[in-house]
Design a protein. Structure first.
Length: 202
């Protein structure tokens, strides 16, 4: 861990200090400090990733989040399955090894030491558009009990700005029909004539 990352946790992550390995972030937390919130108009009361609200912290996923309800939170989105610590850590290491590709970002309730929101930026490397990158917004979930605190908008906006920061030329998502008004309210739109998600489930 670089000294700046380690200092970040000394300053920001006091409530759940544990062995350094558990605090290992999936990506450099300093990236979140670089996000430009100046043009984001849909957040109320000055909420940003740096000022998420009392007792809340926006940060990269850490290894120790296995113990902080991360997987239980994901199960509010879809099936998760019975994932051992070993499997979790192996997947974490695989994601980390794909440098600049997976940015799993969480909101922690630092009073409870619990993960209450999460979303992922997945970056695809492309040949098109001069070897550009495309972002995908994935696995957005906020604990039901934390509704009304702008946490959905906060985590999605964080990922959107992160996609811009790391050089994606666009970011897209798949969602249920009922979620379209939410994503529309924070800047996502369907492109005319280019609005079809097609899948094969295995
Ligand atoms: C939603 C999610 C997607 C997630 C999928 C899981 C967003 C914007 N979309 O479509 O990322 O992977 O649900 O559902 O969060 P599934 O297990 O039925 O495929």
């Amino acid at each position: 861990m670089s000294s700046s990352v380690s200092q970040y946790y000394k300053d920001k992550y006091k409530p759940s200090v544990g062995p350094e390995e558990l605090e290992e972030p999936l990506y450099d937390p300093d990236l979140l400090k670089k996000l430009d919130w100046s043009k984001t108009t849909h957040m109320k009361n000055g909420v940003t990733s740096s000022t998420p609200g009392d007792g809340l912290l926006v940060r990269p996923l850490c290894k120790g989040d296995y113990n902080k309800g991360f997987l239980q939170l994901l199960s509010q989105l879809t099936k998760v399955g019975d994932i051992s610590r070993e499997s979790f850590e192996e997947r974490f290491e695989q994601m980390k090894a794909c440098r600049d590709h997976y940015y799993v970002t969480v909101i922690e309730d630092t009073d409870k030491g619990e993960i209450v929101g999460s979303a992922t930026l997945a970056c695809e490397l492309k040949f098109i558009r001069g070897c550009t990158k495309r972002g995908r917004l994935e696995d957005v979930v906020v604990n039901n009990e934390y509704r009304g605190k702008q946490l959905g908008k906060l985590i999605v906006s964080t990922i959107t700005l992160l996609a811009k920061e790391v050089g994606c030329y666009k970011i897209g998502l798949d969602c249920k029909d009922e979620m379209k008004p939410f994503y529309s309210s924070i800047g996502y739109c369907s492109e005319k004539g280019n609005d079809n998600t097609m899948i094969i489930r295995f």
